[in-house]
Ligand binder design. Structure first.
Ligand code: NAP
Ligand code: ZN
Length: 347
């Protein structure tokens, strides 16, 4: 039997989020049912609710930064028990057979299934996300939340955390590297914390001068104001690695100029048509532009364990479910410090 579950979702690009009960499937043998305690609010939730990427199927319940407790397990589930503190990020399934899955990069599996607006691999139904009381997820896509992490703050690690952790690790950010993070929002603030914890010298590039002090307390040694042309010019050739979290199309030529020879600009924000750039900006210094999407399940667990070991948690503002539309409006104005987390007890 399916189960009716309270949730909030959107029915059209211009509709505010509103109560929208959904049906959760009957438990399969390898499923874990999770009572959701907290869900982070990612800018991708907003892009999806508003159909910014042109591929939203309505009605949609966003939310892919989920923390909760196990409240039922399927007959074949091994290793999870009722009451365990668990989490779910942006992925709820993948083929687990292709070359990307074999390398624990399930996010690049052609058959991967998003936590919301995805298609279930068994029955083709649409997946619905974490702005809800309960979610049912294949066991291999359920993460463990280490005891040391405060459940009320951990949720943003499941997307903002892993999306910044994965590229920092892949491109070997650590001691001796000069790293810049562009955009101080949900992703950016985790990027700064992780790059600093990994031992790099970190610069925050922001359009909001008022965030400079916060950037320093998060771990940045320097702050660059993106609109200050002189300061940007003075930073030419400074960085080994730039993590670009800006959520809209933008002139990233300006950031390419900031790279040293052999440096990398990695775009994690804005799934959008980007303006072109002069190829000389790449050739004259063997620079590269790359992209990165979330991270695999294994590395997500490693990131959670690293956070527990190093005392790293997101900076969050807890909100009630009914405040989510105001939270979206504030996120659009870059007015978030630095991730909204919905307390699901308010749903
Ligand atoms: P967010 O919390 O809204 O933060 C974005 C930050 O970017 C803002 O706080 C602002 O920082 C800066 N910004 C906003 N508009 C800007 C503009 N016009 N020009 C320059 N900077 C601007 O968003 P988020 O949740 O971190 O997400 C960021 C992007 O990453 C979104 O597009 C989201 O969809 C995407 N995303 C990608 C992945 C992935 O797998 N690759 C995963 C999650 C999210 P300042 O005030 O410091 O300038
Ligand atoms: Zn996200």
């Amino acid at each position: 039997m399916t189960e009716a579950v309270a949730a909030w979702g959107a029915t059209a690009p211009d509709a505010a989020l509103a109560p929208m009960p959904i049906e959760r499937r009957e438990l399969r043998a390898d499923d874990v049912a999770i009572h959701i305690l907290y869900c982070g609010v990612c800018h991708s939730d907003l892009h999806t609710a508003r159909n910014d990427w042109g591929r939203t199927r309505y009605p949609v319940v966003p939310g892919h930064e989920i923390v909760g407790r196990v409240n039922a397990i399927g007959s074949a589930v091994d290793g999870f028990a009722i009451g365990d503190a668990v989490a779910v990020g942006c992925l709820v399934d993948a083929c687990l057979e292709c070359p990307n899955c074999a390398e624990h990069q399930e996010q690049y599996c052609p058959g991967s299934v998003g936590t919301y607006n995805g298609r279930d691999r068994h029955d083709g139904s649409q997946t619905q996300g974490g702005y809800s009381k309960r979610v049912i997820v294949r066991d291999k896509f359920v993460l463990r939340v280490p005891d040391a992490l405060d459940l009320s703050r951990a949720a943003p690690l499941l997307c903002a955390g892993i999306t910044t952790w994965s590229p920092l690790r892949h491109w070997g950010v650590g001691p001796g590297k000069r790293v810049a993070v562009a955009g101080l929002g949900g992703l950016g603030h985790m990027g700064v914390k992780f790059a600093a914890a990994l031992g790099a010298e970190v610069t925050m590039i922001t359009t909001s001068p008022s965030k400079a002090d916060d950037a320093r307390s998060l771990g940045a040694s320097h702050v660059l104001i993106a609109t200050d042309k002189e300061a940007m010019k003075a930073a030419t050739g400074r960085f080994d690695f730039i993590l670009d979290t800006i959520p809209v199309a933008h002139e990233y030529q300006n950031y390419l100029r900031l790279l040293k020879a052999s440096g990398h600009l990695v775009i994690v924000g804005a799934v959008d048509q980007m303006p072109g750039f002069h190829s000389g900006l790449l050739l004259g210094g063997r620079k590269s532009v790359a992209g990165s999407a979330i991270g695999g399940i294994k590395e997500t667990q490693e990131m959670l364990d690293f956070c527990a070991e190093h005392g790293i948690l997101p900076e969050t503002e807890t909100i009630a479910m009914a405040d989510v539309n105001t939270a979206y409006e504030r996120m659009e104005k870059s007015d978030v410090k630095y991730r909204f987390v919905i307390d699901m007890a308010t749903l």
